[in-house]
Design a protein around this ligand. Structure first.
Ligand code: AMP
Ligand code: ZN
Length: 463
C-alpha cells in the first residue's frame, strides 16, 4: 500500500510513480465513442482497459471520478443522419444505447459521468471565448481557429516540433488559417446542418474542444489521468492540451497521459476496405462477452493485440479452467475478509500488468484444484473471486459460464434435451453399456455440446 502505483506517462515516455493531486479525489477522463455507428472490438479496448484501471484506483483511493464522454456532435453523425433522413439525435441516441449495452456485455462498469457534447455547449463557447480573449485563437470567415504557434508547449505530448514540421511539409492550407497547424475550435453550419448560436454565428464545435470543455466542466482545470487509444495522441490529445492549458492561464491540464495500443485482426489493421471490421454487437452473438474481455486483457495494454480465432479459443479454454476450479469449490463459502493476494495487486499496480496478474490468478486456480483442506479452499475461493472482480472477470455462476450458448442457435439442443440425454447416458453407464454411453456423448458433440465425465458426474457445455 505504501509503494505508489506505477503508470506509464506518454508525456514523459516513462513509467512514473502515480501521485494524485488530491488523494481524496482522483480524477480520470477517457475519450469516448463518436456515436454514429456500432463500436468495433478495437473501440472496446480503451473501454475495458480503463475500466480495469478505474477498479484498481477505486481499491486504493476513497474517491475516483471517472468521466468517459459521448461524442454526439460530429460530422460523421451528421452524414449518417442525412443518409437516414432523421435528426442527429436519433442516430446519436441509438448508437449510444447500443455502445453502453455492448460495453456492459464486456463487463465494463458505468462511469461516474458520461457527458454528451450537446449538454455542454455553453462551456465550449465560454472556453473558445477565453482563448480568443487571451490571444490563442482567432476568428476567420465564421470559423474560430486555435493558433498553435501561440502555445510554446505545442507538440510536447506527441514529440513534434510543429514549426519545423509545417515549414518543410507541403500542406494544403485553408485560406482562413494563419498557420498550417492551426485547428478548428468552431465552424459555421449551413441551414441544413445542425448548429448552435454563438458569438461567431450559428455553427458547431470542433472535436478537440469538446473534450477539453467536458473535462473542465466535470473534473476541473487540472486532472490526474487522461486516457485513450494511441491514435489519439496526435492531433486530438495534443490539441486538448493546447486548448485547456491556454484557457486555464497556463495550468497543467492532465498530469498522466495513458494510451492503449491498437488491436489488429489477423495481423491486419481493421478497415472497411479490407472488410475485417469486427463489431462488438455481432461478435457477442457467437462469443461470450467475458471471453472477449479476457482476450483484451491477456496482453499488456500498451502492446498491440492480434485478434484471431486462436486467441479467442484460448481465452475460452482459460475461462473453462478458472470457472472449472470455482465449480469444483461448489458449496465452499469464500473466506470472509480475504481479498486478492498481494502479488496480484502489485502486478496491476505496476502499470496495469494484466498478463502478470492473470498468471497469479491461474496459480490460485491451480492451487484450488489441488487443495483438500476446507480452510484453504475457502481462502483460495475468496482470493480468486476478488482477483476476478478487479479484472471484471469470474462474476457469474460457473453453471452460467458453462451453459452459455450462442444467440443464433438453430441446431443446438436446449438444456432440457441435453439433461434428458445425459440421464439416458448415466443409465447406460450404470448398466455398463459403454458403446451406448459413447454414442450419446458423440451425438451431443456432433450437435455442439461437449460432455465431460468428472468425479461429480457428467458435465456439459456448448462448444
Ligand atoms: P473513436 O470512436 O473512433 O473516436 O474511437 C474511440 C476509442 O477507440 C478511441 O480511444 C480510439 O483510440 C480507440 N480505438 C479505435 N480503434 C482502435 C483499435 N483498432 N485498437 C485500439 N483502440 C482503438
Ligand atoms: Zn477526447
Amino acid at each position: 500500500m505504501d509503494t505508489p502505483m506505477q503508470l506509464h506517462n506518454t508525456l514523459t515516455g516513462r513509467k512514473e510513480a502515480f501521485v494524485p493531486l488530491d488523494p481524496q479525489r482522483v480524477t480520470m477522463y477517457v475519450c469516448g465513442p463518436t456515436v454514429y455507428s456500432y463500436a468495433h472490438i478495437g473501440n472496446a479496448r480503451p473501454a475495458v482497459v480503463f475500466d480495469v484501471l478505474a477498479r484498481v484506483l477505486r481499491r486504493r483511493y476513497p474517491q475516483v471520478v471517472y468521466v468517459r464522454n459521448i461524442t454526439d456532435i460530429d460530422d460523421k453523425i451528421n452524414a449518417a443522419a442525412v443518409k437516414e433522413g432523421v435528426e442527429i439525435g436519433v442516430i446519436a441516441q441509438r448508437y449510444e444505447k447500443i455502445y453502453l449495452e455492448d460495453m456492459a456485455a464486456l463487463g465494463v462498469q458505468p462511469t461516474d459521468f458520461a457527458p454528451r457534447v450537446t449538454e455542454h455547449l455553453p462551456t465550449i463557447i465560454a472556453m473558445i471565448q477565453r482563448l480568443i480573449d487571451s490571444g490563442h485563437a482567432y476568428e476567420a470567415k465564421g470559423h474560430v481557429m486555435f493558433h498553435t504557434l501561440s502555445f510554446d508547449g505545442y507538440g510536447k505530448l506527441s514529440k513534434r516540433d510543429e514549426q519545423a514540421l509545417m515549414a518543410g511539409a507541403r500542406v494544403e492550407v485553408a485560406p482562413y488559417k494563419k498557420h498550417a497547424g492551426d485547428f478548428v475550435l468552431w465552424k459555421p453550419s449551413t441551414d441544413e446542418q445542425p448548429g448552435w448560436d454563438s458569438p461567431w454565428g450559428r455553427g458547431r464545435p470542433g472535436w478537440h474542444i469538446e473534450c477539453s470543455a467536458m473535462a473542465e466542466a466535470l473534473l476541473g482545470e487540472t486532472i490526474d489521468i487522461h486516457g485513450g487509444g494511441i491514435d489519439l495522441v496526435f492531433p486530438h490529445h495534443e490539441n486538448e492540451i493546447a486548448q485547456s492549458t491556454c484557457s486555464h492561464g497556463g495550468k497543467t491540464f492532465a498530469r498522466y497521459w495513458l494510451h492503449n495500443g491498437f488491436l489488429n485482426v489477423d495481423s491486419q489493421k481493421m478497415s472497411k476496405s479490407v472488410g475485417n471490421v469486427l463489431l462488438v454487437h455481432e461478435l457477442l452473438k457467437s462469443l461470450p462477452g467475458e471471453a472477449m474481455r479476457l482476450v483484451l486483457l491477456t496482453g499488456h495494454y500498451r502492446q498491440p493485440i492480434d485478434w484471431t480465432d486462436e486467441v479467442i479459443g484460448e481465452a475460452r479454454k482459460k475461462l473453462d479452467r478458472l470457472y472449472g476450479a470455482l465449480r469444483d469449490l461448489g458449496d465452499v463459502a469464500p473466506a470472509a475478509g480475504v481479498t486478492a493476494p498481494e502479488a496480484f495487486i502489485s502486478a496491476l499496480e505496476d502499470d496495469l500488468n494484466t498478463p502478470m496478474a492473470l498468471a497469479e490468478l491461474f496459480e490460485l486456480a491451480r492451487r484450488a484444484n489441488k487443495a483438500d483442506d476446507a480452510a484453504e479452499k475457502a481462502q483460495l475461493k475468496a482470493q480468486m473471486l476478488d482477483a476476478g472482480l478487479l479484472l471484471g472477470l469470474l462474476q457469474q455462476a460457473p453453471e452460467d459460464w458453462f451453459s452459455w450458448s450462442p444467440a443464433v442457435d438453430g441446431e443446438r439442443p436446449g438444456a432440457e434435451e441435453i439433461e434428458a440425454l445425459l440421464a439416458q447416458r448415466a443409465d447406460a453407464r450404470a448398466n455398463k453399456q459403454w458403446a451406448e454411453s459413447d454414442r450419446i456423448r458423440d451425438e451431443l458433440k456432433a450437435r455442439g455440446v461437449l460432455v465431460e465425465d468428472s468425479k461429480d458426474g457428467q458435465r456439459w457445455r456448448y462448444l
